[in-house]
Design a binder for this molecule. Structure first.
Ligand code: HEM
Ligand SMILES: *[C@@H]1O[C@H](CO)[C@@H](O)[C@H](O)[C@H]1NC(C)=O
Ligand SMILES: *[C@@H]1O[C@H](CO)[C@@H](O)[C@H](O)[C@H]1NC(C)=O
Length: 377
């Protein structure tokens, strides 16, 4: 009874707080809780129309998300030389940072985003995280990401070695993430990102998806990485996959099977709510790595509402021809039972189309990755 009263009180407090949050009108009529957020609407409108145009969670959304991670992870709790986190250094010092092995193909994101950053008076670090958050809202299954404004742009590049690599072992990857402030659970949550997107095997070539549904933020990625691999290109950080047309990263494969992470991984299978909520929290943390949130403004109300993934569409399934017997389970907890197998013959997943706007002067080795950005900070 007492606890019921308390939770009722909590609900009432939350409701009245929400009702009391003052919403102010921007000059363009948009309502915000802080007028500093008004500056984001022209940026939002521009990227909605011209960067994510007709993008239903395809390459522009994938590329903007990946670079947001690679920028943010330039940070260490122990080594100040590792960078200042989500600070825009990956674009501001692109000629240096994009030459690092782990940043291969981030040039795509640079070519895509640099013209927009140059056209708006928004900081580079803020733009990178804003574009990633808006890009995510194109992906069915994502929960609306929060967004804080006011990062301080970098004055120096991050060194090589801050971004985990697909050929590294679990110990090395977990240590790097822990050194940047992320637990194994948060890493597994963040890797929901690999449910959208894939690898580029060559510059300007179509991408090989990580799962059979690369434009849906669903749990297929966590399921399919647990299937016994029998096909595909191996080496350079890739291991055998179970589904033709897809590519499995060695790091994803190891994390799915390692006893330190396998139960965290498996828990996401057919649990859309867990995947979406844990990603939302870990992503919010990632977006402000190294930044002082006390100096930032909550502009979450600028982020659009993502499309809903229906319960039917969120149902995990075995790809055609595969079943429970193909799962390589390390976690000792029960595996979700009675998942359906998609009917029909085994399919080849089509490649992810390249977005022509990712092609530009900036090269994969970092050369010609220069732009004049207007700095707002
Ligand atoms: C263990 C940590 C990780 C490793 C080793 C890793 C490695 C990779 C590799 C090798 C690619 C392929 C890049 C290409 O060839 O174009 C990739 C793609 C991608 N990664 Fe990760 N990643 C990790 C964590 C993350 C995290 C935490 C995020 C975001 C929060 C992320 C987001 C993405 C996205 C969205 C793509 C697809 C890019 C596209 O399709 O254009 N990754 N990752
Ligand atoms: C930037 O602004 C210029 C001048 O208004 C315009 O011609 C160009 O298309 C804009 N570029 C982008 C990427 O918005
Ligand atoms: C992981 O990789 C690191 C660096 O290559 C190596 O020193 C270490 O022995 C490896 N650990 C395991 C458990 O394989």
């Amino acid at each position: 009874m007492l606890s019921t009263t308390f939770s009722l009180l909590a609900v009432l407090v939350t409701v009245s707080k929400a009702a009391l949050t003052k919403r102010m009108a921007c000059p363009d009529g948009n309502l915000v809780s802080n007028l500093a957020c008004c500056a984001l609407f022209p940026v939002l409108e521009d990227i909605q129309t011209n960067m994510f145009a007709d993008d239903d969670c395809s390459e522009a959304a994938h590329a903007t998300l990946r670079v947001a991670f690679h920028d943010a992870i330039g940070w260490s709790l122990t080594q100040p030389s590792f960078g200042t986190g989500a600070d825009g250094s990956i674009f501001i010092f692109a000629e240096q940072e994009l030459s690092y092995d782990a940043n291969l193909h981030i040039a795509d994101a640079f070519n895509l985003e640099a013209p927009f950053i140059a056209n708006h008076s928004i900081g580079v670090a803020d733009f990178i995280q804003f574009a990633a958050a808006v890009g995510l809202t194109k992906c069915p299954g994502v929960l609306r990401p929060p967004f804080l404004l006011g990062r301080v742009d970098a004055t120096a590049p991050a060194p090589d070695g801050t971004v985990p690599e697909p050929f590294q072992n679990v110990t090395t990857i977990l240590a790097r993430m822990a050194d940047a402030g992320f637990s194994p659970a948060e890493l597994v949550a963040l890797l929901a990102s690999h449910s959208i997107g894939g690898v580029h095997t060559a510059p300007n070539s179509p991408g090989l998806p990580f799962d059979s549904t690369p434009s849906t933020f669903d749990t297929q990625f966590y399921l399919e990485t647990l299937l016994t691999g029998t096909l595909g290109t191996v080496g350079n950080g890739a291991v055998e996959t179970a589904i033709a047309g897809t590519l499995r990263l060695q790091s994803d494969s190891l994390l799915a099977r390692d006893l330190r992470t396998s139960c965290l991984w498996q828990a996401n299978v057919n649990n859309q709510a867990l995947m979406a909520t844990s990603f939302q929290a870990a992503f919010a943390k990632m977006q402000v790595v190294g930044q002082n949130i006390l100096n930032m403004v909550d502009c979450s109300d600028v982020i659009p509402e993502p499309p809903v993934l229906s319960t039917t569409a969120a149902q995990a399934f075995y790809p055609p021809g595969l079943s429970r017997s193909n799962i390589q389970q390390s976690c000792l907890l029960p595996f979700p039972i009675l998942l359906p197998t998609k009917p029909g013959a085994p399919e080849t997943v089509p490649p992810i189309a390249q977005d022509p706007a990712t092609d530009g002067p900036c090269q994969d080795d970092g050369s010609d990755c220069v732009a004049s950005f207007t700095k707002s900070t």
